[in-house]
Design a protein around this ligand. Sequence first.
Ligand SMILES: Nc1nc2c(ncn2[C@@H]2O[C@H](COP(=O)(O)OP(=O)(O)OP(=O)(O)O)[C@@H](O)[C@H]2O)c(=O)[nH]1
Ligand SMILES: [Mg+2]
Length: 423
Amino acid sequence: MFFDRPEAGLEAMLLSLRFDHSTAPHNLPEFRELIRSAGYVPKVEQAITRHAPNPRTGLGTGKVAELREELDVHDLALVIIDCELTASQQRNLEMKLERRVLTRTELILTIFEQRAQTREGKLQVELALLRHAQTHVVGGWSHLDRQRGGVNMRGAGELQSSIDKGLIHRRIVNVESRLEKVVRHREQHRKRRHRNDVPTIALVGYTNAGKSTLFNALTESEVYADDRLFATLDPTTRRIDLPNLGTALIADTVGFIRDLPMSLVAAFKATLEEVSQADLLLHVIDASAADAGRMVTDVQDILLEISASEIPTINVLNKVDQGVHSNVTCMPGTRVSALDRTGFDELLMTLSTRLGGMTQLFEVHLPATAGKLRAWLYGLGAVREEHYGSDGTAKLCVKLNQSTLTRLRSSPGVALEPVASAT
Ligand SMILES: Nc1nc2c(ncn2[C@@H]2O[C@H](COP(=O)(O)OP(=O)(O)OP(=O)(O)O)[C@@H](O)[C@H]2O)c(=O)[nH]1
Ligand SMILES: [Mg+2]
């Protein structure tokens, strides 16, 4: 295939590398989970603290020799490092250790590559891999012995020496254009939903918080949910009936993680639009987790990055069957157990109230040429009053929700002014 990767065994050395100046706290238990989720076993763990990274390999020469000995003793072919190295540091370290070295970004890319199911998901992963490769073309794998067996890691990094940056660039252009076609198709769906005035809700949250389990329980679906990081990659949308409100659409999508590599966020733009275009977000929080507070902040940071931080959000404190950790006991939100299906009545009522409450009265000025828009507003049953001006313009008093408001705002020649809140 396109990438030439040596296949490494399932067992690996976990190398935790910290530098004095680094402020980001490393999260070793989570990194172990990432390794497990990718199908590897962290057989041996090594933690190294340095004042600053060695420019050649990231580590000191003595340490490298020690590590190599340990890898020989345990017969391990793979080292997984919990931070990022420059491309040349990574390659030099590989040469010295005579082992494949996988960085955190590559580990996440490997998981994403394993999970992608749909055409769009696969193209997005390929794009992320290519973008990563763009900065990591260092001449392929001839410096390493090929190892057999284990998990396929063909995608996560570097390329055959015969493939140059120009080819990667051409390939990126090709994947981007194929992805664009798939995305356009999905956008048409989304536009149709907006036209039909169906409010959309997106589930967001840290990976493993229970989004898919909640989604399945609320919509009687069977998307894949599992106790591993990034179980979900491709988004799924289903209908949900809300009390006193009617039908809404709810989307389950990829989970977030601290320091989500930016190349992934960029490649998954289309998937993340399910979130950034939603009328309402349900932020699913694993309330039983010891670091629930930190995960909430991490999710909020990513929402900011993808321009979704202004969307109205309801916190859902999930997994309350396992208890609620002290650092989220004061957090406002609806408490549920997606697994035991408890707290759902309150959650559905909260959803209805918030979506219904988003309806507001507006005075809308339509130009004489906007006959279609006027008919559409009448079709929605949204018009309360109407007055005509002598020039053929119409002044309507209309009840609008988030999606109808968005459509009107983007229509040329239309002026809007809020009148008062209404429910
Ligand atoms: N005890 C308990 N476990 C739960 C609950 N909800 C989900 N889980 C478990 O948490 C694990 C993760 O659930 P998922 O629904 O896959 O989580 P997710 O947020 O979709 O995760 P990603 O797709 O990886 O982002 C699974 O093992 C679920 O069975 C709950 O209310 N209580
Ligand atoms: Mg999921």
